[in-house]
Design a protein around this ligand. Structure first.
Ligand SMILES: [Zn+2]
Length: 170
């Protein structure tokens, strides 16, 4: 991307990293805010944001498995459901998802079913992840759609949230 007004402001010293179109920063910041809100509700701190092909935020969600007593109420699932409901369609072709943590196998498969274009995620999840670990859902021929995958986006912030959450549980 060739920059925006915020970049020019940044170079003038007024602001930093405020480009509203940058998928590599601001959208993950929204996902991190959802993750923090989830932690405040006593949920595992994971947040997800879905953006349209032109970079608009269509849906944002954090984990709510405890609140709604639903083991499938992961941030990605809720964001996908909300985006589809909002758009009145069952696929999100051309849309992107930004998640603070490596999606589990269930969510990775939902991302494939939704035909999401790109998956941006933050921290790796060796314990429950299903993208780079475990089931490695997108490497199987049964994953009929494979998004472009970008990992490690704002990973340190997401890792810190997870560490803090599980430290408090002990
Ligand atoms: Zn999941």
């Amino acid at each position: 991307m060739s920059g925006c007004g915020a970049d020019r402001l940044a170079s003038a010293g007024y602001a930093r990293h405020l480009c509203p179109m940058s998928p590599f920063h601001s959208h993950m910041q929204i996902a991190l805010a959802e993750a923090r809100a989830a932690a405040a509700r006593g949920e595992v701190p994971v947040g997800a944001v879905i953006t349209s092909p032109d970079g608009q935020v269509i849906a944002a969600a954090g984990n709510r498995t405890r609140e709604v007593r639903d083991p499938t109420a992961h941030a990605e699932m809720l964001a996908i459901r909300a985006a589809c409901a909002h758009l009145g369609q069952e696929r999100l072709t051309g849309f992107d998802i930004h998640v603070t943590l490596e999606p589990c196998a269930m969510c990775a498969m939902a991302i494939a079913h939704a035909r999401l274009r790109r998956l941006y995620y933050g921290a790796a999840d060796p314990k429950s992840g299903g993208v780079a670990h475990g089931a490695r859902v997108f490497t199987h021929p049964q994953a009929h759609h494979v998004p472009e995958i970008y990992d490690g986006i704002d990973a340190r912030a997401a890792e810190a949230l997870m560490r803090e959450f599980f430290r408090k549980l002990r």
